[in-house]
Design a protein around this ligand. Structure first.
Ligand SMILES: [Zn+2]
Ligand SMILES: [Zn+2]
Length: 334
């Protein structure tokens, strides 16, 4: 099969992904082989390709927002029939036996595996995944539209949950890429007022189109105090500005898997019971809940589509804030 393979992590400007031919993977017990139609491009892929996340498997096929159809069943797999349209997301597998899994917090599992990081992902014609960790894709979404829902959407949704935002509340979104452009649609559905802080004018325009009450620069103070905020940009230097924008008791959720160092904080930014918390992975419950609400709204994802062979170019564009909405690889077009 055709695939984009990472041999050695390197800056994306060096085009580290090789478009090449590799064997089709074999589904193991209780796994399915999925023929990939589309795979979303996530900032985490950039962190993996550039080595900001320490390599866990090399060579590696990145990609964890996979939409395709079940091609073949591994031994004992019976949840889906061949031809069923499914999504494979970041959380590839959890052990179900550690203290976190047993407490309903499989997102914090001690022995997790992650799609496109510890196991091969979807920058390829085929991918395998355990049947219990994949999602049926709601009918209303085209393949390319559904792909960004699987990480940008699910993680954005968990970030909203952990931010504690309530209907009618005021929410700040810092960085306005793929995750924020989905999260704002859920927030507006909940009648939340959204304030977008982002350095790129095109991203500010998109936020306003999607119903933001206000859009400004990354550290510009919003015109009102916020109940909650989410930082999606991987930039720790935003934390003090986002805390300063919160009301007393407000919550700041950090949505990224990687962030540059957070500068020293003046305690008065945190005092008055403000909370800073990170968001790590997601549970399958988050995924199922989000896909249901995404179909109800329905979420409209904005995409820029690249052929599989041009994954390096898509990641370069992502790094340079040049994607409006989400980047998606069309696997059928190579
Ligand atoms: Zn576990
Ligand atoms: Zn992701």
């Amino acid at each position: 099969m055709k695939a984009c393979v990472l041999e050695t992590a390197a800056p994306i400007e060096q085009n580290p992904l090789a478009f090449t031919e590799v064997p089709v993977p074999e589904p193991g017990a209780h796994e399915v082989l999925v023929r990939v139609h589309a795979c979303g491009v996530c900032r985490t892929d950039l962190h993996v390709v550039e080595g900001e996340l320490p390599p866990r498997k090399l060579p590696l096929i990145p990609g964890h927002q996979i939409v395709g159809v079940v091609e073949r069943l591994g031994e004992g797999a019976r949840r889906f029939r061949p031809g069923a349209r499914v999504g494979i997301a970041w959380l590839h597998h959890t052990d179900q036996s550690c203290e976190y899994c047993r407490a309903g917090m499989e997102n914090l599992c001690d022995q997790p595996s992650f799609t496109g990081y510890t196991v091969d992902g979807g920058y390829a014609e085929y991918a395998v995944a355990p049947e219990d960790w994949i999602y049926p894709i709601p009918d209303g979404f085209a393949d390319e539209q559904a792909a960004p829902l699987l990480c940008a959407g699910i993680i954005g949704f968990r970030s909203l949950r952990l931010s504690g935002i309530k209907p009618g509340g005021r929410l700040g979104l810092y960085g306005f890429g793929a995750a924020a452009h989905v999260a704002i649609q859920v927030a507006r559905h909940w009648n939340v007022e959204v304030y977008a802080c982002t350095r790129d004018q095109r991203h500010r325009d998109l936020a306003l189109e999607l119903g933001a009450a206000w859009a400004g620069g990354t550290v510009d103070p919003p015109p009102v105090k916020l109940d909650s905020a989410i930082i999606f940009a991987p930039a720790g230097e935003i934390v003090p500005a986002a805390l300063a924008a919160l009301r007393k008791g407000g919550v700041l959720a950090l949505g990224g898997i990687h962030m540059s160092p957070i500068p020293p904080l003046d305690y008065k930014l945190l005092y008055q019971e403000r909370v800073v918390r990170s968001v790590a992975n997601n549970t399958r419950q988050d995924g199922n809940d989000f896909l249901r609400i995404a179909a109800e709204i329905p979420i409209k994802t904005q995409m820029q589509i690249y052929p599989l062979a041009e994954a390096n170019r898509a990641l370069n564009a992502l790094k340079n804030d040049a994607i409006r909405g989400a980047a998606v690889l069309d696997i059928s077009g190579f």
